[in-house]
Design a protein around this ligand. Sequence first.
Ligand code: ADE
Length: 455
Amino acid sequence: TLFPEMIRDGFETSITGRAVEKGLLSLETVNIRDFSVNKHNRVDDYPYGGGAGMVMQAEPIYRAYEALVEKIGKKPRVIYMTPQGQTFNQRIAEDLAKEEDLVFLCGHYEGIDERVLEEVVTDYISIGDYVLTGGELAAMVVVDAVARLVPGVLNNDESAETESFHNDLLEYPQYSRPEEWHGKKVPEVLLSGNHKKINAWRLEQSERRTEERRPDLYAKYQEKQKVIKKLSAKKRIFIHMMETLSRGLGEILYAEGKNVLIYLPEIGNAMLNAEDEEHLEKMLPLIPKAVSGHSIVTVTDRWNERVSEILGYHGSMLCSQACYTRGEPLPVRHKDIRQLTVEEVPYVAEHYHLGDEIYVRERITAGDVFGIYIEGKLCGFIGCHNDGSMGMLYVEDAYRRQGLAASLEGYLINKQREQGMIPYAHIVNGNEASVQLQERLGLNLSDPAIWWLYN
Ligand code: ADE
């Protein structure tokens, strides 16, 4: 940036400032002018070909970038803030929140020499269809939206989960004291203490508000609800698809009754159910390329061979699904269960063998892994996978047979239920210990199994 103080001033106050103080985030500003190659410290010049305004030159920006690469020790993701970029949204915020380092390049004047953009920029992001005087405010918008997704930045009571855009719905209206203001009363139901009723009221308000204010979002929401309803006829088999949709993780690529193809753009996997061959053949060409790369397709029923053949897959894994649909929360005997932080990446990576360290770090950074502590010592964990299913369950040998796994899973189930989710897990065929645990906790197990296919 050419205006570091603007960024620092904006960042030091409020929640982001507190997060910096707590050491959860750090912010550095780099003044491009310090890398000027001109004795008057100039960083801009006239555009070739003529036209209004000045253009930021390539060399100072490139030097600033090189200094950053040297400092970070690797090439970071460099985001150029420009109205020509992809329009920023919550999904992009979630994607950026997984990174360890982010560099924002803020332009001024009429733009930046294209050649340096080609060499350093990895992402082009706009914050909307209007033109600002520079990229600083836009970068601050993105930084703020990303920062609040970093575990610990928001207090528990400022939960990042249940708010607008999580699931194509706007947030419901909020009220605080006094009970009556300007003759307007707080809606009765909010004073009732009945959380089931409160949640139902809030959902209805969210729906009504979205329909009125964002008909585009509402149409998307309705389409999803229709599919979820169809699938809910066989909840035990389709819980993964239903939850993927209701949590806003998946997009519908095909839906015709229970014939559904869902794509999870963030992780590049797909979920498919075909009731007959005709529908299967219609869906197969719609499976995105990313899926035929390294990721996995989940298939219900009997089409494993055909899907594997089309995608060139060789691996498969038979699982049953378990979901928790009871009305009441589970008792959790062990109380010291905490959300893990990146400090615990080595511990989790050492003991969780189905994913690599990158995956473990990503899951922990997303705030989706929880550890159980006995006398202050971490001795097990559970997590929520990037597709939303529960898993990654581990308890140290010395602490087994004491109900720690039940406490961990009970804790996660309760947490997800509070957030309006139906908790579910995939259990690899033959894992009897897990089946027993699921049955003990009162989860429903699917009988017809699902298949994970991969290459
Ligand atoms: N720089 C100028 N206008 C912008 C916008 N709308 N989004 C991002 N960066 C910008």
